[in-house]
Ligand binder design. Structure first.
Ligand code: DGL
Length: 247
């Protein structure tokens, strides 16, 4: 039976898990690192240390692979794979590949400060001859966690951040943070004719194909379980219950 760990700073990674559950028959452990959320404006050392500790924890629970359902930690996929000896899948590589296949020439990247500063999207896309214009949208993440995406403050923050997005006339707007699909409607207002691309993980080539009729998902948070349940109430009709874990 394949057991796969899925990591994010909070509930954004559930947008990736949602697809994985449709396409795969593994058992999953999802960890929301609420004790350290948001990641996007923290120093690299802290972000890597968290990703490393969560990966080691998943290994101790018997996971054979880890999905980094978070762009901010996806930049460390190789280091985490070498350190843990597990298969580590990121969301940036497959997303850039899909964008390149779409024939895009200009991309507007909406991501956290850390993802933008680490430059992996820009580097991967420029290898396909694609130009990237980045927008620091770190401030959007708390609205998703607190379920205040329809508030005036959220609308104003998005307006202030994306005011210049239409001028880029990008072929593709990439939601380079797994929290942003929850703000897709609000973001779409600034996208004009650009195609919106959501990031995802591709396990289709993995050697971990393990058909399993009774797939189970365990939901863990390093923060408060009630907070996590509320933050995830849009997912699976609010049926998901998180358990607190100290990592
Ligand atoms: N969902 C994450 C990402 O894809 C992290 C957001 C955050 O914690 O700042 O980058």
């Amino acid at each position: 039976m394949g057991l796969i760990g899925v990591i994010d700073s909070g509930v954004g990674g559930l947008t990736v898990l949602q697809k994985l559950l449709q396409q795969n028959s593994h058992n999953f452990i999802y960890i929301a690192d609420h004790a350290f959320c948001p990641y996007g404006n923290k120093p690299n050392e802290i972000i890597f240390d968290r990703a490393s500790k969560l990966t080691q924890f998943l290994k101790s629970q018997g996971a054979q692979a880890v999905v980094l359902a978070c762009n901010t930690i996806s930049v460390y996929a190789q280091r985490l794979q070498q350190q843990s000896g597990l298969y580590v899948y990121d969301v940036i590589t497959p997303t850039c590949k899909r964008i390149a296949e779409s024939g895009a020439q200009t991309v507007a990247l909406l991501a956290t400060k850390s993802t933008i500063a680490n430059g992996v999207y820009q580097k991967n896309l420029s290898a396909f001859g694609i130009q990237t214009v980045a927008f620091d949208c770190s401030a959007f993440v708390p609205f998703v966690e607190q379920r205040t995406t329809t508030s005036l403050t959220c609308q104003k923050t998005i307006a202030d951040t994306l005011r210049r997005l239409p001028q880029t006339q990008a072929d593709v707007v990439v939601l380079g943070c797994t929290h942003f699909p929850l703000l897709k409607k609000q973001i779409a207002y600034y996208c004009g004719a650009s195609k919106i691309v959501q990031c995802s993980c591709d396990l289709s080539h993995s050697t971990l194909k393990a058909p399993n009729a009774d797939k189970t998902v365990l939901y863990l948070t390093t923060g408060n379980a009630d907070f996590a349940d509320n933050a995830a109430s849009w997912f699976k009709d609010g049926q998901v219950r998180f358990r607190h874990v100290d990592i």
